[in-house]
Design a protein around this ligand. Structure first.
Ligand SMILES: [Zn+2]
Length: 295
């Protein structure tokens, strides 16, 4: 059986499920619990904005997945507050739950957000991904946690830095204390883009040396279907972008210590046999979850 353990993460396999934990966060396991699920199905959407509607089966599957994961890390399933993600840079402070005995699965009327922060116990902050980056933040001094979804659009909007800035502004955190753990996501090896997306990154991050985060694949051949019996082969340039590295550089520039930026180093596409990947599963994709809670 595949084992994704490395110097930064431990791959836990119990009889019910598999998940990752960051060694750095386990140093504080008396005050914080966390996990990144592997192969769990928590994909459902309750919003109707550009997203598929929730089906009861998907919702039940998600609930059962969360129950298994929470019981495995000895947390309470009813503590879950899941972000209603929409590729924004909106970060919400969590200080109350709506449902008492059930998770808050961020119903559409509660708004959208791609980051959650709290300094209170008993809120299990949850985000979901299938290739996007999920970031778990923890300040062991101020006892503040955050959980942020930063896909390529969120990365362009610098949501990781905005999360840190909100932890500082709202809870008095200091950048040198903040730990940021980077969950499995699509990596440079598979994040291939066309010129339009490449240009957005080049324009936004002109303060970062671009050869650091971008590779060019010149003259890739592309087949264009013209009629039933004619195809045209054209030269098609593609770029590979390292969104994880961009986030690391931005967080370091913001003042986080390099040793406090802890990367799982795992590509969801390369490991799509055990990690859900949108690019591999296409339209019926399911999602993984990252969860974090103060004890
Ligand atoms: Zn890959």
């Amino acid at each position: 059986m595949k084992d994704l353990s490395n110097e930064n993460v431990i791959h836990i396999k119990d009889e019910k499920l598999e998940y990752l934990q960051f060694r750095k966060l386990l140093e504080y396991k008396d005050v914080v619990s966390h996990a990144y699920a592997l192969g769990l199905d928590v994909g459902f959407k309750t919003t109707t904005i550009n997203q598929k509607p929730a089906t009861l089966e998907r919702l039940e599957l998600a609930k059962n997945s969360y129950k298994k994961l929470c019981s495995s890390i000895e947390s309470d399933y009813a503590h879950i507050v899941q972000a209603n993600q929409s590729h924004t840079d909106i970060i919400k402070i969590v200080d109350a739950k709506i449902n008492k005995d059930e998770p808050d699965f961020s119903l559409a009327e509660e708004g959208i957000e791609d980051g959650l922060i709290t300094n209170k116990k008993n809120f299990m902050l949850a985000t979901t991904n299938a290739d996007c980056i999920l970031l778990l933040f923890f300040d062991p001094v101020k006892k503040v946690i955050a959980n942020t979804h930063s896909g390529w659009r969120g990365t362009l909007q610098r949501i990781s830095v905005k999360t840190v800035q909100k932890m500082i502004k709202e809870f008095g955190c200091h950048t040198q204390d903040i730990i940021c753990c980077i969950c499995p996501s699509i990596r440079k090896c598979h994040f291939e883009v066309d010129k339009d997306v490449k240009d957005m990154f080049q324009n936004e991050f002109c303060d970062i040396e671009e050869n650091k985060f971008m590779d060019i694949q010149e003259n890739k051949e592309k087949t264009i279907h013209i009629t039933d019996f004619i195809e045209e082969k054209i030269e098609n340039t593609k770029w590979n972008i390292d969104t994880v590295l961009i986030n690391k550089i931005l967080l370091q520039k913001e003042g986080l210590k390099p040793e406090n930026i802890v990367d799982s180093g795992i590509c969801s596409v390369c490991n799509s046999d055990i990690v859900h990947s949108y690019r591999m599963e296409k339209k019926n994709y399911n999602t993984e979850t990252a969860i974090i809670e103060l004890k």
